[in-house]
Design a binder for this molecule. Sequence first.
Ligand code: NAD
Ligand code: ZN
Length: 335
Amino acid sequence: MTAPGTAELVELPAPEPGPGQVRLDVLAAGVCHSDLAVMHGGAAARWRLPFTLGHETCGRIAALGEGVEDLTVDEQVVVHAPFGCGRCRRCLSGRTNYCDHRATLPAAGLGLGLDGGMAEAVVVDRARVVSAAGLDPVAAATLTDAGLTSFHAVDGSRVALAEPDALAVVIGVGGLGHLAIGLLRGLGTAVVAVDAREEALDLARECGADVAVLPADADAAVARVASHGADVVFDFAGAQSSLDLAVSLLRTAGELVVVGSGGGTLTVSKPGVLPSGATVRVPFWGSRPELEAVVGVARGGALTPRTTIFPLADAELALARLREGRLVGRAVLVP
Ligand code: NAD
Ligand code: ZN
């Protein structure tokens, strides 16, 4: 990213790993809707430009920095990218996504203010590296945000989802949402999927959704499956219309999990639009231990990302397709 709203392919020297770091030859880098938010939104205003985008990275270790003795060259790994201060309690337990000092950090993560994975090579701290041996690198890259964020969001609702005959609704079946459906089906939860695009509904059915409908049909679809409404609604769009729909589908004491950053707002008041007993969560990304867990789920064959591969040279095209809503599943760049 060279200027607000602009991403360009440029030639840079290969980065050298410092002490405690490794250099990866990038095998695959996912393209996330958050990349568009970073390019066109306000977040990057706080960050130093230029930097290389890419917070979903799978690579092969190419060089070890001083003091890195427990990894070997050629190992295939993925990168846990959210930054933290590295010193607070949350960071020390691997939950850099909830660092106590997040608001004052100079960047939000690898590829989010500091050079990330949409490149031929990237340097990362050893502590960010998680083994991804044996996985397809293109699928593995998507696990680091689309997979990890979905896993963290679903895992946070595990008590509600354990209700007998629990119903989950997934709004927004894109890069993140389709993996959330896979994870929910892995738990045995019934899923109603909602998206504004027919091709996303086909993907939802492929991923195991019991019912997949356009927003206008969501009320009736949920009522058919569970007359009391949804135990948990995951909103992977976060737009005003999706949030309003999510609230209307919620059961009493249900959970609303807002993952998408589509700019919608929700007023919490009592009494108000939320049913009594409702919980609202706004999860962000996931921890390093959760990334290890989601890699384990994929290794066990229970999570299959749907991807469209673009050569790195076509990064701008991939971003444009994402912006236009013309992708199904996740776009992944391959150098
Ligand atoms: P995506 O573009 O791949 O998928 C979004 C899907 O939502 C699309 O299929 C689109 O058709 C659908 N959609 C959009 N608006 C809708 C609406 N009003 N009603 C129904 N469907 C609608 O995007 P993605 O990469 O999966 O990211 C999804 C969202 O999550 C983005 O806002 C992104 O910025 C955010 N995100 C949040 C986190 C987090 O940690 N909370 C992490 C990554 C991404
Ligand atoms: Zn911290």
